[in-house]
Write a protein that binds this ligand. Sequence first.
Ligand code: AMP
Length: 279
Amino acid sequence: MRIARTAAELRKEMAALRSGGGRIGFVPTMGALHAGHLSLVDMAKSRADHVVASIFVNPTQFGPNEDFGRYPRMEAEDCEQLAEQGVALAYLPGVEDMYPHGFATHIHVDKLGDGLCGRFRPGHFDGVATVVAKLLLQVRPDIAVFGEKDYQQLQIIRRMVTDMDIAVEILGAPIIREADGLAMSSRNAYLTPSLRKAAAALPRMMQEAKRRIRQGKVADTLQWGKKELTDAGFGEVQYLELCDAATLEPVTSIVRPARLLVAAKLGSVRLIDNIEVSE
Ligand code: AMP
C-alpha cells in the first residue's frame, strides 16, 4: 500500500494510480478503524478497481468542548488494516496541509444540517462538508463510500456533491454492529465496561421503537424510547426523532421512507444511532 502525507504527494500517487486505468473508490475516515470502516472499504472495492482511503482527524468538525485532543489516533495499526483490506493508497494529510495559513473558505449546507446533531454541535457539519469537499476535489474519485451510521452527514454530503457539481457517486453503507447491537464507533473505546454494557439499551430501544412506530404509535413511542434510555442509565437524550429519510424533516406518521434517529449521552460519551422505518 502506498502512503501520501501531503496534497502534492497525493497528486503524484493519484497520477500513477490512474495511469493504469480503472475506477477509483474513496473512503474517508478519521482513523481508529473498526469493522464498520472496513466494510466501507469492501463496498468501494466491489464497485471500483482501486481504493483510496484517508485518515484525517478534522479539527474543524469538533466543537471547543469536544474530544479532538483525545480522539484515538493509531496510525500504524490503521495502515496495517487498510493494507490487509486491499487499499491501494492511504492519504494521511497533516492539519497544516489541509488548513494552511490564511485558509478562509467554508461550505454550509442549508436546512439538512440545522436539526438533529446540528442543534447540539454548532458548526460541526460545516466542518464536515468543507473537509469532505476538499478531500473529494483532491482525490477526484469515481465513487465515495460513507456509512449510514452518520446518516445526517450522509444526506448532507449527497446534497453538497449535487449542489457543487462534484462528479462523484456517493454510496451509503449499512451500519455494522457489535454482537449486542451497538453500532461500531471509534468513540465506543471511551466507554467503561459497565457503561459499555448499558449501551446495548440503545439499539434494543431502536428496534422496539421501530416495531411500535409501524403500528402507528409515533408520539407515544418517542416518549417511551427516551424513558427507556434514561431508565437504562443514559443521561441527556439529545434527540429521538422520526424524520423523512431524505429531507430529515420530522414526520408524525410514516407517509414515505422514514428514519428514526437518536443521540444520547452515556456518562460523557455521546452515542448516535439510526434505523430505517418503513410501513
Ligand atoms: P469516522 O472515522 O467516524 O469519521 O467514520 C468514517 C466513515 O465510516 C463514515 O462514513 C462513517 O459513517 C463510517 N462508519 C463509522 N462507523 C460505522 C459503522 N458502525 N458502520 C458503518 N459505517 C460506519
